[in-house]
Design a protein around this ligand. Structure first.
Ligand SMILES: [Zn+2]
Length: 388
C-alpha cells in the first residue's frame, strides 16, 4: 500500500520525504503498524508486519500494482480531480485503489492478480449498491490472450462504440489498452480488437452520464451450419457430458440429435454470453413454442415468464458478467425469436406479439439434412443473404 496514517491522523504517501522521518505509522484499514519499504525493485510503499494479517489489505502487492495505481492516481490529480489513493470506505470495508469524487463517486480497481469471480461480483455489486461507479482495469497477468477466461469475462463492459470491451493498463509502458468488440463466433475462436488509447479516455468513462446500457448491435454473422452439425455430432460421439445429458432429454421427448431442425443451428449475435449449450436453450424455447396450437398468440409477457422459468431452473445460464446490466438471457432469447420468425415458425403480429405458424421440420435422413444445412448457411465468400 502507498498510503498510511500518522499519529496525528493524517494521511501520508510512501513517496513523501517526510514518511521516513515518521514513526508509528498505521494502516488506515486495520489500525495496525505499518513500515516504510524503500528498495530498488519497488517504488516506496508501506507494509504490515509479516505476521499480522490485514483483512482489507493483502500483502505482496506487486511492483506493477503499486506503480500502476500511483500513475493512475497522479493522472487524475493532475487533471484537477478530487481523487484519493487507497481511500478506506468504512461502510463497505473496502479500500479501492482509486476513489474519484466528481459529480459521481467513482472507484477504479487496478486488478493485477487473479481473484475469485465471486469476489469481483461481490465487490462490484457492493460498490454499485452504495452508489459508486466501478471501473476495473486489468494488469498484465490478467490481460486476455487468445481466449477470454470466465474470470476475464467478469470484467467485460459495454460501450456504444467499443461494444464489449476490457481495459488493460501496462504500468511499465504507462499505456492504456482497450480490447474492444469482444466476440465469440459459434466455433471456438475469440475475436477482439486491440487499441492503445490516451489515459484521458478514462475521463470520458468517468464522466459518462449514461446509466442505461444497451447491448450493442454487432456485425452480420457468418456461419457454416454443416460445421456446427459435425462439431455437435463429434461431441456426441465422444460423449461430451453436456451433450450426453442433453441427448438423454431428447430421448425422453422422442427426439434425436439427427432429427433436430435446422432452426436450432442458426446462431444469434450474442449467444456467446450464454454458458448453456446454444443448441440446448434454443431447443427449450422451440419446444415451448411448438407446444402451442398453430395460430395461437404468444405475447412478450408469456415469453418473459417462460424465460424466467428457464433461468430459475438453470436451463439457460449466462456467464457471470457483473459489469453488464440487464437480463442478458432475455435479450438473446428475443434475438432468437427473430430467427424463428425468419424461418416462419412464428410470425410477428405486432411488436412483442407473435402467432405460432408451424412446427419446425424434423429430419430422418442425414443427407437431406446436410443439404438443408448448406442451403441455410451464411458464408462470407458468397453473398447469399439469409435464405428461406
Ligand atoms: Zn491493515
Amino acid at each position: 500500500m502507498i498510503i498510511a496514517l500518522t499519529k496525528t491522523n493524517e494521511y501520508i504517501q510512501a513517496g513523501d520525504n517526510k514518511a521516513q522521518l515518521l514513526k508509528n505509522l498505521i494502516c488506515p484499514s486495520c489500525g495496525k503498524r505499518v513500515f516504510l519499504k524503500k528498495g530498488e525493485s519497488k517504488i516506496p510503499h508501506f507494509s504490515h508486519h509479516p505476521k499480522e494479517a490485514c483483512k482489507v489489505f493483502t500483502e505482496g502487492e506487486t511492483r506493477e500494482h503499486l506503480e500502476g495505481k500511483l500513475a493512475l492516481y497522479n493522472f487524475f490529480k493532475k487533471k484537477g480531480y478530487k481523487v484519493k489513493l487507497e481511500a478506506y470506505l468504512k461502510n463497505l470495508k473496502q479500500r479501492p485503489d482509486i476513489l474519484i469524487e466528481s459529480k459521481k463517486k467513482i472507484v477504479i480497481e487496478y486488478q493485477c492478480s487473479p481473484i475469485p469471480i465471486e469476489k469481483v461480483i461481490e465487490r462490484t455489486n457492493s460498490y454499485k449498491a452504495s452508489g459508486y461507479k466501478v471501473i476495473w482495469i486489468l494488469g498484465n497477468n490478467l490481460k486476455p490472450g487468445p481466449r477470454i477466461t470466465d474470470l476475464q469475462k467478469s470484467f467485460i463492459r459495454v460501450h456504444p462504440v467499443f461494444s464489449f470491451y476490457i481495459m488493460h493498463y501496462s504500468a511499465k509502458n504507462q499505456s492504456l489498452q482497450i480490447l474492444s468488440h469482444i466476440q465469440k463466433s459459434y466455433g471456438k475462436k475469440w475475436h477482439y480488437n486491440s487499441l492503445i488509447v490516451e489515459l484521458s479516455y478514462l475521463i470520458e468513462l468517468v464522466e459518462e452520464s449514461t446509466t442505461k446500457e444497451v447491448i450493442p448491435d454487432t456485425d452480420k454473422l457468418f456461419f457454416d451450419l454443416k460445421e456446427i452439425h459435425f462439431n455437435l455430432m463429434g461431441a456426441a460421439h465422444y460423449s461430451n457430458s453436456k451433450i450426453r445429458q442433453f441427448c438423454q432429454e431428447l430421448y425422453l421427448d422422442n427426439e434425436t440429435l439427427l432429427n433436430m431442425p435446422v432452426e436450432l443451428y442458426i446462431p444469434v449475435k450474442h449467444e456467446w454470453l450464454i454458458e448453456t449449450l446454444a443448441f440446448q436453450w434454443k431447443y427449450y424455447l422451440l419446444k415451448w413454442i411448438e407446444n402451442h396450437q398453430i395460430g395461437q398468440v404468444i405475447t412478450s409477457k408469456n415469453l418473459d415468464r417462460f424465460i424466467e422459468l428457464l433461468i430459475i431452473k438453470g436451463k439457460i445460464k449466462c456467464y457471470r458478467m457483473p459489469q453488464i446490466h440487464g437480463n442478458i438471457s432475455k435479450i438473446i432469447c428475443y434475438e432468437y425469436m427473430e430467427v424463428l420468425a425468419q424461418h416462419n415458425i412464428i410470425k410477428m403480429i405486432r411488436k412483442n406479439k407473435w402467432s405460432v405458424q408451424k412446427r419446425a421440420k424434423r429430419f430422418n435422413n442425414e443427407e437431406v439434412k446436410l443439404e438443408t444445412l448448406t442451403k441455410n448457411s451464411s458464408m462470407k465468400s458468397s453473398n447469399n443473404e439469409q435464405s428461406e
